[in-house]
Ligand binder design. Structure first.
Ligand code: UGA
Length: 434
């Protein structure tokens, strides 16, 4: 089939490449000429394992092209996927729908009346209905659930496909688009517009709630002398609860979970339904960042002013160079404002971090970042940080003080190597003040 994908960010670039992989002819459209030029040259402007190879392969075969022209895309595509962003609106909890609105208007203005316009962006419930009334071409909603770092895998082998459709025709077109995915046995849910939109926001709200639940338990463990890692392990053995997304630490960040729970609570208010618990989920998440700052102060003797603090991690999670709402950089920036001499190292997100936080210090390697440090904060659990050797690391730093903000280091090993070791969700060792 001939498909277009509007927006070539994480979602759009991945969707376009994966649709080509499924055998379709695809044009990716973006208003940013630089992005289009880079993609045409086979360069992916962000870190996403496997995506570069896929784009290079399919631009070489000619099955995947990129353009800035809606006219070209409209004339070409039978199905148009809208994959633009829905960031948080400044000064509000609500989602900014302006990119979605203009993408739909632009492609609808150039496409044939029998084309199918498919929204994939995460939107407040009611958006598809509002858009469907505006254009000659039919609208459908097909939310995506891809995770950064696993975007290709999640698109080619998703846990489920959700199609929000208003006609048998739209359903059969989308079934044809995803034929190889469906043939592999992927569960399919065909539903109405509001349910399709809600599946996405509900899924992200649930995931955020699960993380904040275990992080609230971490707060209780800190107060009561428990160990949240063991608690999480034991809870996870219950099949009804499940172990995934039950890792406590400095909390969730990124371009999706934080803004999606805010937009969802806001939209629910508009509908007269209270999702106040999502605001508590948000607060618990933010309190974990406060807690790391508090532990840093404690380990620096009450104030961080002048202390050399090494922050390991800048991306909001490993296998990503995305720093949007990154807990690691939030903590680093707060400590910097409090007068600490902060040095950040991240294996993938250095350029993005430098642009967003130019006043923080940056090192070219973990080793360089660690040299002479008064305090080390592990805030993004990249494998190379999880595997740090306590003895060797001790030989680099000035003072062996560490906070494990992701619960990935072995406290006994680090303590045995002479470190003053603190982690979230565990009481302070005997003899140390809380
Ligand atoms: C999230 C969802 O997982 C995807 O299904 C969804 O499609 C995507 O948002 C989106 O809306 O586009 P993503 O933001 O890539 O994906 O990241 P996750 O892997 O969900 O991680 C989110 C945050 O939660 C990270 O900061 C991670 O460190 C944190 N996290 C995750 C925890 O603190 N504990 C956990 O147990 C799991």
């Amino acid at each position: 089939m001939r498909l277009t994908v509007i927006g070539t960010g994480y979602l759009g670039a991945t969707h376009a490449a994966c649709m080509a992989e499924l055998g379709h002819e695809v044009i990716g459209v973006d208003v940013d000429p630089e992005k289009v030029a880079a993609l045409r040259a086979g360069q992916v402007p962000f870190h996403e394992p496997g995506l570069g190879e896929l784009i290079a392969r399919h631009t070489a075969t000619g099955r995947l092209r990129f353009t800035t022209s809606y006219e070209e895309a409209g004339a070409f595509g039978e199905v148009h996927f809208v994959c633009v962003g829905t960031p948080q609106r400044p000064g509000s909890e609500a989602a900014d729908l302006s990119y979605v609105e203009s993408a739909f208007a632009a492609i609808a203005g150039h496409s044939a009346g029998d084309a199918l316009l498919v929204g994939k962006s995460t939107v407040p419930v009611g958006t598809a209905e509002a858009l469907a009334g505006r254009y000659a071409a039919e609208v459908a909603w097909n939310p995506e659930f891809l995770r950064e770092g696993y975007a290709v895998e999640d698109t080619l082998r998703p846990d489920r496909l959700v199609l929000g459709v208003r006609s048998a025709r739209a359903e059969s077109i989308l079934r044809a688009v995803y034929e190889p995915v469906l043939a592999a046995g992927t569960p399919l849910v065909v539903t109405d517009f509001p349910t399709a939109e809600l599946v996405k926001t509900a899924a992200n709200a649930f995931l955020a709630t699960k993380i904040s639940f275990i992080n609230a338990m971490a707060e209780v463990c800190e107060a009561a002398g428990g160990d949240v890692r063991r608690l999480s392990e034991a809870l996870g053995h219950d099949d009804r609860i499940g172990a995934r997304f039950l890792r406590s630490g400095v909390g969730f960040g990124g371009g999706c979970l934080p803004k999606d729970i805010r937009a969802f609570a806001h939209r629910a208010d508009e509908l007269g339904v209270s999702l106040a618990f999502l605001r508590e989920v948000d607060s618990i998440n933010m309190r974990r960042r406060d807690r790391v700052v508090e532990l840093a102060r404690e380990l620096c003797g009450g104030a961080v002013l002048g202390a050399r603090i090494t922050v390991l991690g800048a991306a909001f999670k490993p296998d990503s160079d995305d720093i949007r709402d990154s807990p690691a950089l939030d903590v680093a920036a707060r400590l910097g404002l409090d007068g600490a001499d902060v040095t950040v190292y991240d294996p993938a997100a250095m350029d993005n971090a430098r642009k967003a936080f130019p006043l923080l210090g940056y090192a070219a390697s973990a080793e360089e970042a660690l040299r002479g440090a008064d305090l080390v904060l592990l805030l993004t659990e990249w494998p190379q940080f999880r595997e740090l050797d306590p003895e060797r690391t001790r030989s680099l730093v000035g003072r062996p003080h560490i906070v494990d903000g992701r619960g990935v280091l072995d406290a006994d090993d680090w303590t045995a190597a002479g470190w003053r070791f603190r982690a979230l969700g565990r009481p302070a060792p005997a003899g140390e003040e809380r």
